[in-house]
Design a protein around this ligand. Sequence first.
Ligand SMILES: Cc1cc2nc3c(=O)[nH]c(=O)nc-3n(C[C@H](O)[C@H](O)[C@H](O)COP(=O)(O)OP(=O)(O)OC[C@H]3O[C@@H](n4cnc5c(N)ncnc54)[C@H](O)[C@@H]3O)c2cc1C
Ligand code: SF4
Length: 451
Amino acid sequence: MPLQNHRLEPQEYERNFTDIHPPFELLDTAFIEANRCLYCYDAPCTKSCPTSIDVPQFIKQISTGNIKGSAETIFSANIMGGGCAKVCPVEKLCEGACVYNLMHEKPIPIAKLQRFSTERAIAAQWKLFERKPSNGKRVAVIGAGPAGLACAHALSLEGVNVTIFEKEAKGGGLMTYGVAAYKVTDEFCQEEVDWITSIGGIEIRYNTEIGKDMSFEDLQSEHDAVFIGIGVGVARHLGIPGEDLDGVVDAIKFIYDIRTKDYADVSVGDKVVVIGMGMTAIDAATQSKRLGAKEVVMVYRRDEGEKSCTDAELDIAKLDGCSFVWLANPKEVLGANGKATALVCDNVRLSDTPDASGKRAIIPTGETVTIEADMIIRAAGQTPFEEFIQHSALTNNSGKVNTNRQQATNLKGVFAGGDCVNGGKEVVDAVQHGKDAALGILEYLKPSHKE
Ligand SMILES: Cc1cc2nc3c(=O)[nH]c(=O)nc-3n(C[C@H](O)[C@H](O)[C@H](O)COP(=O)(O)OP(=O)(O)OC[C@H]3O[C@@H](n4cnc5c(N)ncnc54)[C@H](O)[C@@H]3O)c2cc1C
Ligand code: SF4
């Protein structure tokens, strides 16, 4: 049977994809929470934020009613502070570091407070930054994702004229086309792009793919410097028999469809198996369930202690009714009439001691498990997809772009950051790379710069 769409009533799709982290309902609650902050002198929350937002400072500003000041504190460290407040895996970042955890008390809801300020700033269009007069320098940014947008904003602030080349029709990168719709809406993503570019000096050329519509070399020759923020591509192939059968799909492509089509037009199976246990896998699993799949099983070749998603994300999948098969390594996709019917996995155990890479080895037990499925979603890591990156001197063996601490590549005047450099982390990491690269580019553009 082909995969189905139109499984649910319109209002069910609506309910399943609404914001799972709603803002404070009462203003008072925000002030009460802000007043719980202990303003620790060594601010472990700030140290755990990749963009080093001064968390105690912005919370203090909220508690004293200085909302505009708090928004400025947040945005001056992280121009995507609005989006990060919705998508950051805070349990392993700022909120995970809050000292209240040590007292076995609820941590300060840092992300929710951050959202409280940033949403007000964006809605009221507070002018928090003034761009310096143009200095005549021109920088090209490839990709309007978090890395590219953060880099463009920091450069524009200093008077650089920035053109962003984006192959899609909208900005935001995976915020718009990847992250689950119940975490960030399309409207918010557009508002965030508008907010960032409202500083002026940033032009976005949509539907322009570098390497196809324009060559990388032309871009280099027409600009004083280039920033590459193209992210990573499709889900990694598993390299197992049966992978080409109908019904075996790429998580990134599946999620892209969810973010770009009507929910009712996205096909989903009855029995879905998702391979992987990172953020992408969780999003693919939960959204399959929310699209109306009857059963969703997540398969991972390691144990729960070694999953890469957070406990909070795993809880979402549990609450959505997904089930889990741990210590199962995909071996073969079975099929009939060209369509996938089941996934066979080797049962495995992990070695007692980690190897040189710090990971425990996966050892087959000799037994297998077969899980029935009419849809199998590959979500076990992503591979780079840009030809001009793969065939240039920019990459290392794993396909990531090589950079130094200032995000400079080994090509003169070419910088890079975000997922294409770190292989795929979080939005907040991409933003920090964009900021670091902007500093590197500003240094490079100085007349006094030496090779
Ligand atoms: C399914 C999924 C769920 C996720 N969930 C979360 C989450 O909940 N929280 C979180 O913090 N992170 C999450 N992430 C990770 C996060 O989205 C990324 O780390 C972040 O978006 C990386 O930003 P980036 O700018 O490096 O790349 P991207 O966001 O991928 O942006 C790259 C941009 O470059 C454009 N581009 C690529 N090639 C070209 C070209 N040749 N020419 C022009 N433009 C080009 C792309 O269209 C895209 O707009 C998730 C990722 C996925 C896949
Ligand atoms: S940007 Fe993310 S990690 Fe940093 S303080 Fe805000 S919510 Fe926490």
